[in-house]
Design a protein around this ligand. Sequence first.
Ligand code: NAP
Length: 636
Amino acid sequence: MAFSQPLRPIPDDETLRRHLAGADVPALLLTVAHLTGDTALLRDDLRAPGWLFQPQGGLTAARQDEARRLAFEALTAWRDRGGTHEPPDPALLRTITTWAMGSDTGDLLDLLAEEIALPQDDPKAPGWTLEGLRPGADLDVAVIGAGFSGLLAAHRLGQAGVPVVVYEKNEDVGGTWFENTYPGCRTDVASHLYNYSFAPRADWPDHFCRRDTVLEYLRDFAKESGVADRIRFGTEVRELRWDERERRWHLTLDGPGGPRTVTHRMVISAVGQLNRPQLPAVDGLGSFTGPAFHSAAWDHTADLTGKRVAVVGTGASAYQIVPELAGAASEVVVFQRNPPWLRPTPHYHQPLSGSTSWLCEHLPYYAQWYRFWLFAPGLRGILDGWIVDRGHPPTERAVSALNEQLRASLLQAMEAQLTDAPELREKVVPRYPVGAKRVLRDDGTWLATLKRDDVTLVTAPVERETPRGLVADGEEFEVDVIVYATGFQASRFLTPMKVTGERGVDLHTHWGGAPRAHLGISVPGFPNLFCLYGPNTNLVGQGGSIVYFSECATRYVLDAIRLLLTRYAEAVQVREDVHDDYNAWVDAASADRAWVWSKVSGWYKDGSRSSTNWPFSAAEYWTRTRRADPEHLRLR
Ligand code: NAP
C-alpha cells in the first residue's frame, strides 16, 4: 500500500456518475461546495434532522438521488473549467462546516482547516529539524512500544531529524492490533478515521476494518516511513531510571542476548492503556483442566469446533467474539455482569463500496470531507449527553434529560429486536446510564446471537473456576474451553515497568494508584519522560479516535522538544502547579460525567475517579496540545 498517492484524473462522465452513486452523500455535498465554491448546493432540504448521527445523513433515497444529480452537474462543470483545487479559505470553510454541523464553527476553524488539509501538507508535522535548530545537540529519544502511538512518535522524530530507537516487546509492530487475534476482532471506529491523518488509506475494504487490515496498515506504514528500521523487536523495557547528573534516562532492557542497560536523553512511553490483560479475581483461577485463556492471548491451538465454550464478559471483546463462536461451538455460555448499551450502526459489518476508494483517489478533497463527516459528531453534541445534570436529578437510569433521551432512543432500537424474545429484555437492558460504559456498535448481530438455542446467557458474575468449568450464582456450568474476555488493567499506566524519577521517586508510588499527568503527557518530577495515550486521554464515544489524540499529543511532545533545543536546555518537565491545576480541572469535570457518577463497574474508572477518560471534547484536547507553552514547563 502506498500512502498519499497523487490524485488520478476522472476518466469519463459515465465512470464519475457510477461512482457518485456509491458516494457518501453528505461528504459529497461538502466536497462539491468546496471545489466549486458554490454553496447554493448546501440546501436545507438536503440536510435531514440529526443527520450527523445517521448513515447517509438519514437522507431519503430521493434526496440522495437529487444530491448526486446536482453534484454530477457541478463536478462536470468544474472539471471542464480546469478542475483546479485549493484548500478552502476560512470563510468558505466556515460556511460549509457550519451548514454540516448545524451550528457556527467559527471557534473550530483552525482545527477544521487541519482536517481539510491534503495529507502531503501534514499540518501536524514538526516543521523544524534538529540540524536547523541546534546542530550537534546531544539529543536522542527512546520510544517504548511500536503500536499506533509509538510508530507515530518515531515518524515525527524522524521528520525532525532526531535520533530515535523504538523498543518493542513483541516480534512485530501493531501493539494491541498485533496481540488481539481473537475471532471477529475489528475496530469500532470508522476505518477512514482509524489511520494517521497524513497517511490515509484510500482503499479500506470495510466501514469498520478488521484486525488483519489494521495490522497490515501499520506494517506498511512502518516500512514505508522507514520507522521499521529503528525498531528493536523482542525487547522489553523493564525499568527506567532518571540520572540527574547526566540528565539522561537509564533503561533496563530485556531482549535478544539478555538484560542490558542503555541510556537516552528522552523517553516516550507509547505502551497503550489496553495492553496488560486483566483476569477476574475469582476463586480457583487456574484449576480448570481444559484450555482457558484471555481474549487478548487467544490460544489458536485450542480447537473450539463442537466444544462447549464459556465466554466471561460482555464488553467490546466478548461482543465481537461470541457471534463468531456461536454455531461453530456446540454451545456458548456467556457470563454477563452488566450488559452493554448498543448504538445502532446498521453498516457495522458491511464492506465499503468500491466507490469510496475511487472517490478518495479521483476527487480532490473527497477523502478529507469524508473523514470530516465521520469526525464531526465528535466535535460537538455527543459529549453533552454524558454530562450529569445535578438538577435533573441524576439516577442510575439517566444523568440528565438529554441522557434520558439517548436512553430512550437506544432502548427503542433494542426493543425492536426483542419482540420475539421478551424474556431476554430483562437480561440485556442495562441498569446504568448511557455513557457510563463503552457503548457498542450494533447491527443486530449481538441480540440475534443471544437468542440462539445454542447460546446461554448467564446474568450472574463468575464466582469460581473449577476443574470442570465455572460457577455463577452457586451453579456450576461445565464447559470444555474458557475464554476470559475480562478486559485490561487500564488504570495501571506504564506497568509493569519500574520508573524512578528525580530524587529516587518511584512513579507508581507517587501516583498511589491514581495516575495523573499534564495533558496525559508529563508528570512533574519525571523530566524528559512523555506519555502517549496517557492518563485521562481516552476519548469516549465521540466519533474521534485515539489515533487523533496520539497525533495531538505527539505534536505537543515534539513542540516541547523544540523548546528544549531552542532554550539550550537538557531537561524539560511540566511545572507542578500547572500539572495540579490541570488535574483538578479534569477531575472536577470527570465527577460530572456519566462514567464516574454511575456506580457501574468498568475500566472507565478506578474507584471514585477516572484516570482513563478524557471528560471534554476532542477539540479541547486539540487546542491544549497545539503548542507546548513555555510558561507551563521547567526547562533547565
Ligand atoms: P471490558 O470492556 O473491560 O470488559 C470486560 C468484561 O468482563 C465486562 O463485561 C466485565 O463485566 C466482565 N467481567 C469481569 N469480571 C467478571 C466476572 N467475574 N464475571 C463476569 N463478568 C466479568 O474489556 P474488553 O471487552 O476487552 O474491552 C476493553 C476495551 O478495549 C473496550 O472498551 C474498547 O475500548 C477496547 N476494545 C475495542 C474493540 C473494538 O471494537 N475496537 C474491541 C475490543 C476491545 P462488567 O461490565 O460488569 O465490569
